[in-house]
Design a protein around this ligand. Sequence first.
Ligand SMILES: [Zn+2]
Length: 164
Amino acid sequence: MNQFFSRRTFILIPIMSILKFILKPKKVLASSLTSEEDWSLSKEEWKKKLSPESYYILREEGTERAFSSPLNNEKRKGVFYCAGCNQALFTSDTKFDSGTGWPSFWDSIQGSVETKVDFKLIVPRTEYHCSRCGGHQGHVFNDGPLPTGKRYCNNGLALNFKAE
Ligand SMILES: [Zn+2]
């Protein structure tokens, strides 16, 4: 058993490093895109750019009051953009009524958000943010509808909606 395990590990390690190597060019591309427009702004620059409410959400990982965002009831066809840098994050096709009081989506546009685990409520939660400007958007849970089973619980103040 032990031998079997170590043999598998022995095979897995080179596969993982090959995968890492294959996946790397994507990251390089993403960062070279970022350098076209630099989104590493200072606190002061963000404060000038955003309303105090959006600054609190995007830059300080705040959470808006449930049912406070008009985007919660937005049902038109269109695209939801990051309120920090205008990157497209969600389409209306993936929006659903979760009943939580926050705009909810079962999928994000590929490559538009990145995640990290936070312990703000002691229980670990998966925080996600815009992959371009790093602005905090919300938390993602595994109790969403099919086909993904994900629930992206987003602050409306972190989004701008444009109807089609
Ligand atoms: Zn952004």
